[in-house]
Ligand binder design. Structure first.
Ligand code: ADE
Length: 245
């Protein structure tokens, strides 16, 4: 069981967590998702959560007092791992998803505007493990969509969430022999569709040849779409993999 607390001024952003794999994991009790409205901890009539930045500049910064009360209430004397989505964070990778899937309790704090007053991360950094995490080199309007992305990537790794436990093993970016290789193309019936044939090797029943073909296609796709990943492949690892097939 993984407990997830998500604090946001837009808890309604998380409606998709009711459906599909993640929705089923929640029904089964593999995932315990608790949504919190940050404004519940703002005490003025307007439920203000932001203010102008010290030092000037555009935009607004989220107030530390509101976040402090919210986090204190949500965690009590517990010690979840705290994740703050921000374009300035460390990259979210499959490796980090796997690490987070092994935790018992995650607290996601969604910033809006120019972000959360940095003292919030300092304050909780002395009590909790705090990570600022970016899902990619582009700027979203807030952390909510980034948290949806992370929760889906983490949730599908939990025991029993994927129908076929092997599905996650040969994912693109999954550790193992295919690490740093993108997944190649996939096919299903019929064998010919609008004149396009399924590659013959996949119909051959020869497992060694199929594995070899998949590895070659994965490499081809990686070179085409992610040359920087291909450049980092260890040629010796590739050679060993080739010999094993
Ligand atoms: N908030 C805004 N942009 C983001 C990004 N790229 N990753 C994580 N959180 C964000």
């Amino acid at each position: 069981m993984l407990r997830l607390d998500i604090v946001s001024i837009f808890p309604e952003y998380f409606a998709p967590l009711d459906v599909s794999l993640i929705g089923k994991a929640r029904e089964r009790g593999t995932l315990d998702v608790r949504l919190h409205q940050l404004r519940d901890w703002a005490h003025d009539v307007h439920k203000t959560v932001d203010d102008t930045p010290y030092g000037g500049g555009p935009g607004m910064v989220m107030k530390p007092e509101v976040w402090g009360e919210a986090i204190d209430t949500v965690i009590g004397d517990g010690t979840p791992r705290m994740i703050v989505p921000t374009p300035s964070g460390r990259p979210f990778t499959q490796e980090l998803a796997q690490e987070l899937a092994r935790e018992e309790w995650l607290l996601f704090c969604c910033g809006r505007y120019e972000g959360i007053d940095s003292r919030v991360m300092t304050e909780y950094g002395s009590r909790l493990r705090v990570d600022e995490v970016s899902i990619g080199d582009y700027v979203l309007a807030g952390g909510e969509v980034a948290v949806l992305v992370m929760v889906e990537a983490i949730g599908r790794l939990l025991p029993g969430v994927l129908g076929n436990a092997c599905s996650a093993v040969d994912d693109s970016f999954a550790p193992g022999s295919m690490r740093n290789l993108l997944e190649g193309p996939v096919y299903t019936k019929p064998p010919v569709w609008r004149g396009h044939e399924v590659p013959g090797v996949l119909l051959s029943g020869h497992h060694g040849k199929v594995a070899r073909w998949r590895r070659d296609e994965a490499l081809r796709r990686t070179v085409k779409n992610r040359p920087e990943l291909a450049a980092n492949l260890d040629p010796q690892t590739l050679d060993k993999h080739d010999q094993a097939l």
